[in-house]
Design a binder for this molecule. Structure first.
Ligand code: ATR
Length: 277
């Protein structure tokens, strides 16, 4: 039997990555023969690790924190959505040796919200917390759904305003400091800050979420994050972490590599059961 095609995720830290499990389930489901491994690659080793990986026959690569901007830098060609946010989470190693870079994070979030959770984004007023790489990666695909308004709130106001300037031709967008929300309230609050990584919470006023609104944390953990708990305590009808987005962005990467879009609901169920059990 031929050797399985090789895929990988590079990141640092990478120990708790769910991506090998997700891609194994996708491969089983679609009958594709492939191997997917996680490698701990700090930023300073990225280019050397990528060279070794290409030499060992790698066919595609996912890049996560802190490598997405570096992955953008090494790609020979990038998709429009990756170009716009300056970050790549999926590299396709083409037969001619060139690297194509895409960013499937935003489409992953939109599919989880709209298709899995039944939250149509059109006309919703959305608060995006955080103006770092994670926020930049999802803003374009969110604005493409024509929400009512998106307000970017960040601890450091200037970074929010920079993001607004970068994307304001794509939709109705405003931004400012976290504490400058001034009585505004929103249908959907998305947490794209790095606070969840330390089980911390951005400083949030109590009344920013409309009654029955939705809270979504891009981060995920074995236990509900501080932000997911905040949403539940503040009247959200849905308050979830980013496990669904993780599976959806992986499905889109799998489609780019293998030409088939896997079914995701059973994979999300599998991961949810594994962490509740
Ligand atoms: P990432 O690529 O994960 O987005 P990043 O580019 O370093 O990482 O951005 C981290 C984001 O989380 C920023 O918006 C940061 O706010 P600042 O720009 O003010 O630094 C935000 N952040 C991190 N910890 C936070 C905390 N405890 N409370 C509020 N915001 C926080």
């Amino acid at each position: 039997m031929a050797n399985p095609d090789l895929y990988a995720v590079f990141g640092h830290p990478i120990r708790h990555s769910q991506s090998p499990t997700i891609h194994r389930l996708f491969a089983d489901q679609t009958g594709q023969v492939l191997e997917y491994v996680a490698r701990d690659v700090p930023a300073e080793n990225f280019e050397a690790s990528l060279r070794d990986y290409v030499a060992s026959g790698g066919r595609g690569l996912n890049c996560t924190i802190p490598l997405k901007e570096l992955a953008y830098g090494v790609a020979d060609e990038t998709s429009a959505r990756a170009t716009h946010c300056g970050a790549v989470n999926t590299l396709v190693l083409r037969k001619d040796g060139s690297l194509f870079g895409d960013n499937t994070d935003g489409i992953g979030l939109v599919r989880d919200l709209q298709q899995n959770l039944g939250i149509p984004l059109h006309n919703l007023d959305i608060l995006l917390l955080g103006a770092g790489g994670a926020g930049r990666g999802i803003l374009g695909p969110i604005l493409a759904c024509r929400p009512g308004q998106v307000f970017v709130a960040n601890r450091t106001a200037t970074r929010a305003l920079d993001l607004v300037r970068q994307f304001d031709r794509q939709g109705k967008l405003a931004g400012g400091a976290l504490e400058q929300l001034g009585g505004r309230c929103f249908d959907l609050v998305i947490n794209a800050t790095a606070a969840s990584l330390t089980n911390d919470l951005p400083v949030l006023q109590d009344d920013i979420l409309k009654p029955g609104g939705f809270c979504y944390d891009l981060a995920y953990a074995s236990q509900p994050t501080a932000f997911v708990r905040w949403g539940k305590m503040h009247g959200a009808s849905v308050s979830v972490d980013g496990i669904g987005m993780l599976v959806e962005q992986a499905a889109e990467a799998f489609r780019l590599w293998r030409g088939v879009l896997p079914e995701t609901a059973s994979v999300i169920d599998h991961l949810n059961q594994a962490r509740s059990g």
